[in-house]
Design a protein around this ligand. Sequence first.
Ligand SMILES: Nc1ncnc2c1ncn2[C@@H]1O[C@H](COP(=O)(O)OP(=O)(O)O)[C@@H](O)[C@H]1O
Ligand SMILES: [Mg+2]
Length: 290
Amino acid sequence: MKKWIPGKGIFAIYQKRKTGRGPAAASVQHSGSGPLISLENLVKIYDTGAIKVMGLKKINLTIERGEFVAIMGHSGSGKSTLMNILGCLDRPTLGHYYLDGVDTAQMTPDELSDIRNRKIGFVFQSFNLISRTSALKNVELPMTYARVPKAKRMARAAMLLNRVGLGARKEHMPNELSGGQRQRVAIARALANEPPLILADEPTGNLDTASSIEIMELFTKLHEEGATVVLVTHEEDIAAFAGRIIRFSDGQIQSDELNPGKGQEIVSPGQAFASPSSPVPAAKGGTYAD
Ligand SMILES: Nc1ncnc2c1ncn2[C@@H]1O[C@H](COP(=O)(O)OP(=O)(O)O)[C@@H](O)[C@H]1O
Ligand SMILES: [Mg+2]
């Protein structure tokens, strides 16, 4: 029996999914040019002077292009350490991290920040949008760093905001948007430079249940369109959206499994709150309420 975290309505979806039909494993797209992420004997030691802390202990892990992976584990198990390394914000102490076939261990800080901007889109728990700056300009920012010409980046930012259901909110400031809308802006921003890898650290941690479902549906849509998504969560019912669930314990991989609940019937946000007997208007499914 799976242990479900109580108190969140998303649970209702999975009760329904558990009884669903369909293939078990998530589809994984291979580009034919090797895995997107490959970790070899990866060790991270934090040297605090008096003591050394093993953040990660000899991790071996491969993530293929197009996978949707949830990373779980208790506090202190190494999730953030892993995400920081995957996101090129930190480097391993020992071992190798190959991103898109390139070993990041030897890179200079400049090379790392370049690869971050081109290959990785980040989504954070606290959204990290720039205040007093419109949604459109927030989404433009990574393209500004990448020296995309103004007309092109404005057009692309507008397209991305449309894609996350915020076409009518382009000129709004972050403080004029709900938490779920802010996170959708952050996801649009993460997509700005068409990165092959989307990393999300507790992206629903500050959201209510309805917004959490919208955000997870958006990640699901991006995954279906071919993005590789790696997401940290401590909630089983958020991890349940992913095709593969990796559990960390004490700096090591404790388990790494395909999600048997994935690939079953899709339940719309409206249905998540309905009791099994109450009818749900079909038109609500798959839309994002602005
Ligand atoms: N900057 C740091 N300095 C020293 N120890 C750290 C640092 N960051 C994390 N750690 C230690 O590494 C281990 C893994 O931490 P972390 O990756 O943050 O875990 P999680 O994100 O799963 O809660 C913990 O023992 C933590 O105390
Ligand atoms: Mg952490």
